[in-house]
Write a protein that binds this ligand. Structure first.
Ligand SMILES: [Zn+2]
Ligand SMILES: [Zn+2]
Length: 320
């Protein structure tokens, strides 16, 4: 199933359509019933699934790639309960039959954050199923990495190869998937129209260079990430919002990727807005906020003490 040697030349990617309006949630979800899971057929063997912002504010995008021997589900989203989010049921309905059985399914994750793997439990009892572990050791072992993160692994789905590219920086377990059939990079939270949350800036920068280098001579139809967190003007939605009017398009393109290493080289360590994504380091921002809060507190205490002393020295002294 796995091989660590690149084998094929680059053929023209299979075209697909992104002519779709994603479920934008609602300002009052209880008054506006939503379809929990939206399914869009990009091309007959590639499906994009969007979890409703009303089901969970993360509103994850999941991807199902069908080969001739097996199918690959990239991420299982933010909702575990099958009554709230019929993920496994929907995936089974999409899987074609082979030899009078459903095609075997491999469930993999872009990374370990819960909004990308909460749905795993729905698949646990299915036959012909493999789930890639979510911890780093498990990821390395499953894909056969011996020189993480400086090598590329390959998955063979049958007439469809998917390259697995280590992309730590947002999270140590992060990988991106490059599909040789469609020329799409499935980028998870590494690159998306949203907040690129940086945990390890040096690793993130290296990952950006690795992906740019890997795709330099390969066709790149689209970059499809795990979320949309910006509106069409590039402004982020309020964190936790269930309503996303005027969403930015899901797909990013090669210029967004090639600009990423330079974005890291000029990053101030806190927050930087780029046309189609925002670089932000939540820990640095929290520390900065804490320093500002403590400084303000010190100034308030100093000001109160000062005015209290003035008040004392101005008031006439009492004699007993
Ligand atoms: Zn994440
Ligand atoms: Zn995420």
């Amino acid at each position: 199933m796995l091989s660590l040697t690149a084998t094929q030349g680059w053929s023209q990617p299979m075209a697909g359509t992104l002519d779709v309006h994603w479920n934008e949630g609602a300002s009052d979800c209880s008054a506006t019933p939503q379809v929990a899971l939206q399914v869009h057929t990009y091309e007959p063997q590639t499906f994009i699934l969007r979890q409703s912002p009303c089901a969970n504010f993360e509103a994850n995008f999941l991807y199902l790639l069908v080969g001739s021997d097996k199918a690959l589900l990239i991420d299982t989203g933010a909702v575990a309960d099958p009554k709230e989010m019929p993920l496994a049921k929907t995936i089974l309905e999409l899987l074609p039959d082979k030899d009078h059985k459903k095609l075997p399914l491999l469930v993999a994750h872009t990374h370990r954050h819960l909004d990308h793997c909460a749905g795993d439990s729905q698949f646990a009892s299915l036959p012909s199923l493999q789930i890639v572990p979510v911890d780093l050791e498990g990821v390395r072992a499953f894909f056969g990495f011996t020189n993480w993160p400086n090598e590329i692994a390959h998955l063979d789905l049958g007439d469809r190869t998917v390259d697995v590219i280590p992309t730590p920086g947002h999270h140590p377990t992060h990988v991106a998937f490059y599909d040789n059939r469609t020329g799409i990079l499935f980028s998870g939270d590494f690159l998306m129209p949203g907040r690129l949350l940086i945990e390890d800036a040096a690793a993130y920068h290296e990952s950006a260079l690795r992906v740019v280098g890997f795709l330099k001579k390969r066709p790149l139809a689209h970059i499809l990430g795990g979320h949309i967190e910006l509106d069409t003007a590039g402004r982020p939605y309020r964190f936790g919002s269930h309503y996303r009017p005027n969403e930015h398009r899901l797909e990013l393109a090669r210029p967004d990727l090639t600009a990423l290493p330079a974005a890291f080289e000029s990053f101030n360590g806190f927050y930087a807005r780029h046309p189609n994504y925002i670089l932000t380091n939540p820990v640095h921002n929290l520390v900065a906020l804490a320093i500002v809060a403590i400084t303000v507190l010190i100034l308030i205490v100093w000001g109160v003490r000062r005015s209290w002393r003035r008040h004392r020295s101005a008031s006439p002294s009492k004699s007993g």
